[in-house]
Ligand binder design. Structure first.
Ligand code: ZN
Ligand code: FE
Length: 256
């Protein structure tokens, strides 16, 4: 069992920034830079020095404070090769199949393009977690701004292939709204019904619903379930391919 700590930092309206700290090496990474001050405060409170920023994609609520945080901490910025020209102050570009480290922990890079073309995720097998930005959300997935439904579907398959028990740290608290939509797509899914209830209770008490866990997403997230006979029947798409069903669900969500 590896030794690490994750710190989850509410930022802006509904973003989460994250720190992951590896005590043995003293290294710390900050996943995305939605805001400067809450992140610097979290570092100071814990007495952690920032080693890295790891960006998931180029949007302003993910890379917008790179320069400020780098100037304050002297950290090294790692980000997606496919959009390196849009990542402020990037030092090192990585893409699908690359590996980096935090101390002696291996960090695998997946390209999960679709929301943006070059979007990447950071998977740490021995920590049983992945930082996925705006690709997979709890009960949802990112809007397809730059890629195609086909590309987004393939990207989500990489995350769907992670082992049961993998914690998914996505970048937004969108779960309540996603739940309201998901239940219209698969109303008879009992696991989903239970989850919708649990989410309402958590949000009423002001608790985060993130991280989520990949097996729970497999069982309840409509965007990972285009194979579901119930969903297909509901959409009148019994003969369609998985990607066609996925695209139809995404279109419905865009207009929900
Ligand atoms: Zn985004
Ligand atoms: Fe975002």
């Amino acid at each position: 069992m590896s030794d690490f700590e994750v710190c989850q930092i509410p930022c802006l309206q509904d973003n989460y920034g994250y720190l992951i700290h590896h005590p043995k090496s003293g290294q710390t990474a900050c996943i995305d830079t939605p805001e400067t001050q809450p992140i610097l405060t979290a570092l100071q409170t814990r007495g952690w020095d920032l080693t890295y920023i790891w960006n998931t994609h180029h949007h302003h609520d993910h890379a917008g404070n790179n320069e400020e945080i780098k100037a304050q901490t002297g950290c090294t910025i790692i980000g997606p090769a496919g959009e390196a020209d849009k990542i402020p102050a990037i030092d090192k570009a990585v893409d699908d199949g690359d590996a980096i480290t935090l101390g002696d922990m291996l960090v695998q890079i997946f390209n999960v393009g679709g929301h943006t073309l070059g979007h990447i995720a950071y998977y740490i097998p021995e920590a049983h977690l992945a930082f996925v930005g705006d690709s997979l959300f709890a009960l949802g997935c990112g809007r397809i701004f730059e890629g195609t439904p086909q590309q987004m579907w393939q990207s989500l398959q990489k995350l769907n292939a992670l082992p049961d028990g993998t914690k998914i740290y996505c970048a937004h608290e969108y779960t309540q709204a996603n739940a309201t939509f998901a239940i219209t797509i698969e109303p008879d899914n009992i696991d989903l019904q239970k989850r919708v209830q649990a989410i309402s209770e958590a949000r009423t008490q002001g608790q985060p619903t993130i991280p989520t866990e990949i097996a729970l997403e497999r069982a309840t997230n409509p965007f990972l379930r285009p194979h579901s006979a119930a969903i297909r029947a509901h959409l009148n798409m019994t003969a369609a391919s998985d990607v066609e069903v996925f695209a139809a669900i995404r279109r419905q969500k865009d207009n929900f």
